[in-house]
Write a protein that binds this ligand. Structure first.
Ligand SMILES: NC(=O)C1=CN([C@@H]2O[C@H](COP(=O)(O)OP(=O)(O)OC[C@H]3O[C@@H](n4cnc5c(N)ncnc54)[C@H](OP(=O)(O)O)[C@@H]3O)[C@@H](O)[C@H]2O)C=CC1
Ligand SMILES: CCCCCCCCCCCCCCCC(=O)OCC(=O)COP(=O)(O)O
Length: 333
């Protein structure tokens, strides 16, 4: 009896290995293996061509970056500089812009020809200064190829305690400023039938979380405006890219405004645990280089939250209400 079972199991093993051999024979003797290699080859070639096109697209073009003094803007300056772009670095702090220019021009991390950045100092809450800055840039370079609207501030507070002046300041910095700068540069892009406008939005441009009303509103407005712009500019071959990152480890929460307009002055755990801005800048470079239209740069949970907001809004609102309750409780205790 035992011998019979042993024989049967040996037969079974032999049959299995025979099947394996036959499967391998089938793969090698038929078109499957060449097809597999062909697909991998075509995909690699496609990626290589895409990469080469991206490099050409970014080399020697005029790229304006707002908020270049810190965080993501500063890192974007580094990656676009290394890609051979002609940078116009914008910010409120002239000294910090000069310091960044020194840092860039003394670094030797790139093989392509680089260009000394040009700096322009202005505040995005000042409409007159924005018009003057755009005129200065156009006077100096004649045109702008890529505008990266990156500068921004965040906010922390309850709606009931926040003055409308604070709401306005956040909207002016994050929404009206970028809109005004874009409008000031758009006519020259339209004339050339060439240009690319980038908006650094946020996951909070897609979903609203409690105690971020002004910030989330400014980013939702940004998403809406630049989506409209994309559709209207298609006829002039002007590209529009909206990028929505999740948390990044920058000074954003430190510089955030509170309900009464004072500086928040702390780095939140979510910010401290956020992505490295240099890595996010690489993703921004790739998204711009590939002329992507709408990009989410976040982990799974925020990405899922966006779908939840669309597919099951009731559940999403309950989760946000519970988040608000928890945050209130932890503040009161
Ligand atoms: N950090 C994060 O978790 C996330 C950030 N973002 C977005 O990324 C962008 C960059 O922020 P991040 O690098 O994180 O933050 P930082 O605070 O490090 O940088 C913000 C930049 O914006 C500039 N800025 C602020 N207010 C004005 C103004 N009134 N006029 C001109 N420039 C101004 C700042 O200049 P100055 O030095 O003069 O203050 C600074 O250069 C923002 O749009 C933000 O909303 C999106 C998702 C997540
Ligand atoms: C199917 C299951 C789905 C589960 C979804 C649960 C919902 C979880 C909510 C997650 C919220 C994520 C918020 C992300 C916010 C964010 O990344 O903001 C980026 C910023 O702009 C940061 O600015 P801040 O000043 O707020 O630090």
């Amino acid at each position: 009896m035992f011998c019979q079972v042993l024989k049967e199991s040996q037969k079974c093993t032999r049959r299995k290995s025979l099947l394996k051999v036959r499967a391998m024979d089938f793969i090698t003797s038929t078109a499957i293996l060449p097809l597999l290699f062909g697909c991998v080859g075509i995909f690699s070639l496609f990626r290589l061509l895409q990469w080469m096109r991206m490099k050409t697209y970014l080399r020697n073009v005029v790229v304006v970056i707002t908020g270049a003094t810190s965080g993501l803007g500063k890192e974007c300056a580094k990656v676009f500089y290394s890609a051979g772009s002609k940078l116009v670095l914008c910010g409120r702090n002239a000294e910090a812009l000069e310091e960044l220019t020194r840092e860039l021009t003394t670094s030797r991390a790139t093989k392509v020809q680089t260009h000394k950045p040009y700096t322009v100092t202005f505040d995005l809450t000042d409409p007159g200064a924005i018009v003057a800055a755009a005129a200065e840039i156009l006077q100096c370079f004649g045109y702008v190829d890529i505008l990266i609207n990156n500068a921004g501030i965040s906010y922390r507070g309850t709606i009931k305690d926040t003055t409308v002046d604070v709401d306005k300041r956040v909207m002016e910095t994050n929404y009206f400023g970028p809109v005004a700068l874009t409008k000031a540069l758009l006519p020259s892009m339209i004339k050339r039938r060439r240009g690319h406008v980038v908006a650094i939005s946020s996951i909070q441009g897609k979903i609203s979380i409690p105690f971020r009303s002004a910030y989330a509103a400014s980013k939702h407005a940004t998403q809406a405006f630049f989506d409209c712009l994309r559709a209207e500019m298609e006829q002039y071959e002007i590209e529009v890219t909206v990028i929505s990152p999740g948390y990044i480890h920058t000074n954003l929460s430190l510089n955030a405004t509170t309900a009464d307009g004072s500086r928040y002055g702390a780095t939140d755990k979510t910010t401290a645990q956020g992505r490295n801005p240099a890595e996010v800048a690489q993703d921004v470079l790739a998204a711009v280089g590939r002329k992507e239209k709408d990009v989410i740069l976040a982990d799974l949970l925020p990405s899922l939250a966006i779908y939840l907001r669309t597919l099951a809004p009731g559940l999403f609102f309950s989760l946000m209400a519970s988040r608000a309750r928890k945050e209130r409780k932890s503040k009161n205790s």
